[in-house]
Design a protein around this ligand. Structure first.
Ligand SMILES: Nc1ncnc2c1ncn2[C@@H]1O[C@H](COP(=O)(O)OP(=O)(O)O)[C@@H](O)[C@H]1O
Ligand SMILES: [Mg+2]
Length: 255
């Protein structure tokens, strides 16, 4: 994930076109049209239950869609494909959840190196070395041999980020990565995300951390009741939100 590697990649984008999804009769995503450019950082915000998690999960196909299309570099993510292709696709889209989901019986360094070995066939010693570098990068070089249960929530989440990065994904998705953390641990996770963003990683983040959104996002997507009602650069969104529901959302946040 060095800068030079990023520069030699073709211009890569995620494009959602007229994406609709329902749970039974309940429409949870309604005609979503949106695009993410390479290197762009998008923050998705909106009220609870508005469809943020569903939206982000359709991008690596943890959720199916009913109609429309989603492409990554022109590749149709929701096309019919074999399990193997789907796994290859998923390995190109790093995902960090609210609840870390580390393997409790594996050491930290094993958590980070297991997928490259199992999914990509990387040699164990190579994956191990790389995992140590990634742990250093998220500030956890000294925890390589620890087990997840011995770490704080903030440390576990940083391991989860290192684990996702180990697959060298061109895109990272975050779904409320700091929501399950004690307040004093939020900053350390946001700092890692911020450094990723500054290195040019393409990122889509669902988060309620509006300070992060303001500092790091290139664009905000405001979603309510399954629709993207507004997209704008943060300085515009926070200062002069156009949609009445975005205005109300921000007013509620401030109270
Ligand atoms: N598996 C599911 N089955 C049925 N309804 C669901 C399911 N997952 C989410 N929903 C509903 O879809 C809506 C959007 O959920 P979600 O995407 O989790 O919202 P958000 O992440 O913005 O809080 C909510 O009304 C939620 O109750
Ligand atoms: Mg959610």
């Amino acid at each position: 994930m060095s800068t030079s590697a990023a520069e030699t990649q073709p211009l890569q984008t995620i494009r959602l076109s007229d994406v609709c999804k329902s749970y039974g009769d309940y429409p949870v995503l309604k005609n979503i049209d949106a695009e993410v450019a390479r290197g762009e950082v998008v923050v998705i915000c909106g009220p609870s239950g508005s469809g943020k998690s569903t939206l982000i999960r359709t991008i690596n196909r943890l959720e199916e869609i009913n109609s429309g299309s989603i492409t990554l570099d022109g590749q149709n993510i929701h096309a019919a494909m074999r399990t193997r292709e789907l796994n290859a696709l998923r390995s190109r889209i790093g995902f960090v959840f609210q609840n870390f989901n580390l393997f409790p019986h594996l050491s930290v360094v094993e958590n980070v190196s297991i997928s490259p070995v199992r999914v990509k066939g990387v040699a164990a010693n190579v994956a191990h070395e790389k995992a140590l570098k990634l742990l250093d990068r998220v500030g956890l070089a000294d925890k390589a041999q620890a087990y997840p249960g011995q770490l704080s929530g903030g440390q576990q989440q940083r391991v989860a980020i290192a684990r996702a990065l180990a697959m060298e994904p061109p895109v990272m998705l975050f779904d409320e990565p700091t929501s399950a953390l004690d307040p004093e641990m939020v900053g350390e996770v946001l700092a890692v995300m911020k450094s990723l963003a500054s290195e040019g990683m393409t990122m889509i983040c669902v988060t309620h951390e509006m300070g992060f959104a303001r500092d790091v996002a290139d664009r905000i997507w405001f979603i309510d009741a399954g629709q993207i009602l507004e997209t704008a650069p943060p300085e515009e969104f926070f200062k002069t939100p156009r949609h009445p529901r975005a205005q109300r959302f921000l007013a509620d946040l401030r109270h």
